[in-house]
Ligand binder design. Sequence first.
Ligand code: FES
Length: 125
Amino acid sequence: MPATSQKVFVGAGERVPEGGRLVVDIGEITIGIFRVDGNLYAYLNRCAHQRGPVCQGKIIPRVTEVIDSGGESHGFAFDETHLHIVCPWHGFEYDIKTGAHPGRRSARLIPVTVEEAADGIYVTV
Ligand code: FES
């Protein structure tokens, strides 16, 4: 990123629908912008694993294992309260709201400041 940051217009708010994403190139960097529960989140398009294009992966709810009080597994279920982005290279997942890998706290996406104004979406790079 440049030594001095700048606010860059990336488009109208409708370009990032609820549960969706917009991937944009700004100079030498690529940024993924997501909307979850009405709020915007943005990250560099660089996976913490091997720098894959994580923001271009599938968006899916978190998968959890259903375990009863006796410790028996009853299969898997989607947790619709947590949306994840899945890196297309090797499957690392990140919570879109936090940028954190759910099982490896040291693996997280690099956040980018994003804001929505009356005329659209801006990121600071
Ligand atoms: S580079 Fe993303 S999972 Fe490997």
